[in-house]
Design a protein around this ligand. Sequence first.
Ligand code: M6R
Length: 366
Amino acid sequence: EKGGFPHFMLKEIFEQPECLTNCMRGRVNVDTDNVVLSAVIDYKKQLLDANRFIIVACGTSWHAGLIGKQMIEQLCRIPVEVEYASEFRYRNPVITSKDVVIAISQSGETADTLAAIQLAKEHGAFIYGICNAIGSSIPRATDTGSYIHVGPEIGVASTKAFTGQVTVLTMLALALAKEKGTISTENYMHVVKELHEIPNKIKTVLQLNDRIADLSRTFTYARNFLYLGRGFSYPVALEGALKLKEISYIHAEGYPAAEMKHGPIALIDSDMPVVVIATHNAMYEKVLSNIQEVKARKGKVIAIVSHDDNTISKIADEVIELPDTIECLEPLLTTIPLQLLAYHVAVCKGLDVDQPRNLAKSVTVE
Ligand code: M6R
């Protein structure tokens, strides 16, 4: 049942190219340059008339929501708020019938997310679900939604559900942007084509598995890790840190790279591994200077870079090179090495990767 893999988590990491192809099947059509989500066709008016979107979720699904926010704001110019479901439900939040609430949940059974939906419904908001488990409680409580179709996820640490959620949010942003006229035809076609290429590019990233397994051995000593990224890479930093915490029991924190100097830099010494997502995009130079600041304090830098990077490879301790893609799709590639890093560090420490202590696959109590 693990398909020859030692753990479900590794199997699920390796399944991602196929899962994302399934997720996009019948929805992303490159020949006609079109993205079709039935929910957007059926509920176009509710979605386009919204004053704002509020994304509610927990854990990894909340991280996917942070990426969705950037994508929807950038492509559709609709304001998006991202809320922890557990905070939202108890805050007496402002919700009106002009709001669309997007609930993201792999299991479709997370108690806080379900309660946030009920609250939003009572205030007349329109509810859109992004879930994996077919027929679970959350899809049944929503007005409409899109399944991510990545198949059952068994490993407690969420992997393929995250990339599936980001893929659905990307398709949603593209479909809405086209309807709303906020994206140029040229840009739309470019993103659609690149999105279609992502499963193949993930296959290339997965070839780095042995190399990441090797370097993971070096870092099992660590008590703490920092993960840094900016823009679309900031939620990826949070997600990388969560994966490491969950299965390796190493304390890890994700930060927007520029926030480092507002506090966490005090932690950096020669024992501190710092994972930096430093791909070639608009933020590259800024992140490069953060890396220099870490190195000046003798921190150990593990850099996730674009394939043609000659600068960071000279200063970082470890470099993981990824294929290029457009900035808004980078999370679908940069997340993969961080999943593998967390996996291998935990395996090197002899830990039970699929059933980490104190954690359940779905949190059905608040
Ligand atoms: O099933 P959900 O997506 O609603 O679950 C939300 C979180 O409990 C979940 O993402 C959790 O953080 C994972 N263990 C992360 O790997």
